[in-house]
Design a binder for this molecule. Structure first.
Ligand SMILES: *Cc1c(COP(=O)(O)O)cnc(C)c1O
Length: 399
């Protein structure tokens, strides 16, 4: 394969026919300014050194690559390894791009970082990064979500961010996006909008990917060092797609490595209760960019569902759409039931409670490992820890 993946996206922010800037002209200027500033700032030794120092001393990078011996023996096939993003400060991969974005905002001289949050994971990671960097943070969150996600709401308050409850419409994520964006447009010169995955208009899919790609760079080197070869298969769950692209980027040119992204099949692909965007979506524009998405006949985003709230997004990162079309990455699904089974199995065989999001990738690895031979290996991105899901799962399973 002689595709220069590192040269993507193009100047207009396209990965093949996906991505770009499907936004009004006045917003395009703002996005182009961010892109220009981003490209300039990330070249500077000051920025690079500060981010490297924070990744190491604050987040605790590099996160380990761990061989799950008991789980692998139990399944009786390929050996399963985990890239332990769950061990990062704040417990997931999201801190990687939140630190990058907060630091970029500071270097750009912005006075406030803004974002929406659904279940609160992005909000907590961003509030953390802003507290550290010393920049004001304002998070918009639907009133319905505020009532559901008590621990994350409390954390955001403790971390000192301004939490804005959104009561309009359905008072959930979609309304929080609109509300946060309206606030942003009041002063885009001084505010920075921090997107929480590899989605949105250019340059966000590129920027978030670059900040997350440390996951794959570390993992590839760690794996080579301990095994003397690359894994046969790497896999990660896909919501917007940031943890997956973070792992995949370093391996795209390694033709011998099979790459699989795992989407949430929820209650089943035959129901309308899933968020399998790449598997069942159509091409179209959503939230300022072109991608596969789940939409109705009129082209409006459909409500989506997953047991893992971090995966229920009706669109998906443009680079994943491109990688699917050129068949470099294969996209599979796991249901809620398989996810819960993986969640419990990993907890009981390895003493690691995974996030329900990550459990989708674990479920896929558990499905295919027995069909592979013990000389082979699977590397799973364990994108986050499951403390946030423990009460919910215990109740669901009657523990
Ligand atoms: C938010 C989240 C995800 C989903 O987001 P991506 O952008 O698809 O990575 C996955 N895992 C965890 C632990 C999360 O918090």
């Amino acid at each position: 394969m002689s595709i220069d993946f590192a040269a993507m996206p193009d100047e207009q922010g396209y990965f093949g026919e996906y991505g770009g800037q499907v936004i009004p002209p006045e917003l395009k200027q703002i996005m182009d300014d961010i892109n220009e500033a981003y490209e300039r700032v990330i070249q500077t030794p000051e920025f690079q050194q500060e981010l490297a120092m924070l990744n190491a001393d604050y987040t605790g990078r590099p996160s380990p690559v761990y061989l799950a011996r008991r789980l692998s023996d139990h399944l009786g096939g390929a050996r399963i390894f985990f890239k332990r993003e769950d061990l990062n400060h704040t417990g997931a991969h999201k801190i990687n791009h939140c630190l990058g974005e907060a630091l970029l905002a500071k270097y750009m001289g912005k006075t406030k970082v803004l974002a929406e949050t659904g279940a609160g994971q992005h909000g907590v990671a961003l509030a953390t990064a802003c507290a550290l960097v010393g920049i004001d943070c304002e998070i918009h969150m639907g009133q319905v979500d505020i009532e559901k996600e008590h621990p994350n709401v409390t954390k955001m308050k403790i971390l000192g961010c301004k939490l804005v409850p959104v009561t309009r419409g359905t008072a959930t994520l979609k309304d929080a996006v609109d509300s946060a964006f309206e606030e942003y447009l009041k002063d885009p010169q001084n505010y920075f909008y921090a997107i929480g995955s590899v989605v949105g208009p250019h340059p966000f899919p590129k920027m978030v990917r670059d900040f997350q790609s440390i996951v794959g760079r570390e993992a590839r080197e760690q794996f080579l060092k301990r095994e003397g070869r690359l894994p046969d298969l790497i896999t990660a769950c896909v919501g917007g797609g940031s943890n997956a692209i973070g792992l995949f980027t370093a391996f795209l040119e390694d033709e011998e490595v099979k790459i699989v992204g795992v989407e949430p099949a929820g209650l089943g692909l035959e129901t309308d209760q899933h968020a399998a965007t790449l598997t069942l979506g159509k091409k179209g524009a959503i939230h300022g960019f072109e991608c596969y998405n789940l939409q109705d006949e009129q082209g409006n985003p459909l409500p989506v569902y997953s047991i893992a709230s971090g995966l229920d997004y009706p669109g998906v990162g443009p680079q994943h759409c491109y990688l699917k079309d050129i068949e470099r990455v294969q996209y599979e699904t796991a249901t809620d039931t398989e996810c819960l089974d993986a969640f419990m199995t990993l907890s009981r065989m390895e003493g690691i409670i995974p996030a329900l999001e990550s459990a989708h990738a674990i479920a896929y690895a558990m499905r295919v490992a027995p069909q592979m031979d013990p000389q082979q290996s699977i590397l799973v991105n364990l994108s986050g820890r499951g403390d946030k899901d423990a009460d919910f799962v215990a109740e669901k399973l009657g523990l």
